[in-house]
Design a protein around this ligand. Structure first.
Ligand SMILES: [Fe+2]
Length: 252
């Protein structure tokens, strides 16, 4: 199963006057075109879809994502506004499965996908409260033998000096790790938020962070090779062999 993974597009409204408004839109447009050409089974979007959570930004995001052919599954980042996000993506039924959180299970593919919501209005860092912990434990308990991939905006582990204590409450990150430890069918976790690529192990599973799609926001990329080329990831998931991830440099 092939999954395209985009993150941290930070789309700006065209009338924002921001110097990068059109650049960021163009980065996402090129990614969508490239993804359509590769025809993955699904696309996951790990949040920070827009810059400040305003309706005109979401309207531009909706237009840019419109041509995307594979099914899209997105979770919010700290920049997102849950209420406006739901209003603009009314067709994404999974965003409405829980009244309180944008978390959900996707059972339509070879590998089960679980989107997690690590956001709290007004809070930049990741959270994973007891209600979310109970929900995830129940969701994983429902299909213990089905290979599963988790996706979330905030990495529940430290990344470099800048992202130490990425979760505000350390006990919540530990609780998330403890839940995953009890469910062997979890094959891995993919995230955004950090804007640079990370490949590591978390709770004895592979964890990946995809860099920001937006050229002006990404970090940790060799700009000699990637100049003016938006980036996203393709995860190749097998029921038995786990995850093989590839960074895609969009060329057109
Ligand atoms: Fe971001």
């Amino acid at each position: 199963m092939l999954i395209a993974h985009i993150s941290d597009t930070h789309i700006l409204a065209s009338q924002s006057g921001h110097v990068s408004a059109d650049l960021r839109a163009d980065c996402l447009r090129r990614c969508v075109e490239d993804i359509n050409n590769r025809q993955p089974d699904a696309v996951i979007f790990t949040g920070d879809t827009v810059q400040v959570g305003q309706a005109d930004e979401y309207e531009r995001l909706r237009v840019l994502l419109g041509p995307l052919k594979p099914p899209l599954y997105l979770v919010p980042g700290n920049r997102d506004d849950q209420h406006i996000l739901r209003g603009v993506f009314k067709g994404c039924a999974q965003l409405f499965e829980s009244p309180e959180f944008c978390h959900y299970v996707v059972d339509e593919h070879e590998v089960r996908l679980i989107g997690l919501d690590s956001t709290l209005s007004g809070e930049r860092k990741g959270v994973f409260c007891r209600k979310r912990q109970a929900w995830l434990d129940a969701a994983l308990s429902a299909r213990p033998s089905c290979p599963t991939l988790l996706f979330i905006h905030h990495p529940p582990f430290d990344v470099d000096d800048h992202y130490v204590n990425g979760y505000r409450r350390h006990d919540e990150a530990t609780a998330l790790a403890n839940i995953v430890m009890r469910h062997q069918q979890v094959r891995g976790l993919v995230c955004g938020h950090v804007h640079w690529p990370v490949d590591c192990w978390w709770v004895d599973r592979p964890a990946r962070i995809t860099p920001s799609v937006a050229i002006d926001l990404r970090k940790g990329i060799d700009e000699k090779d990637a100049a003016n080329r938006p980036i996203y990831m393709i995860h190749n998931l097998s029921r038995v062999e786990g995850i093989a991830s590839q960074m895609i440099l969009v060329s057109t």
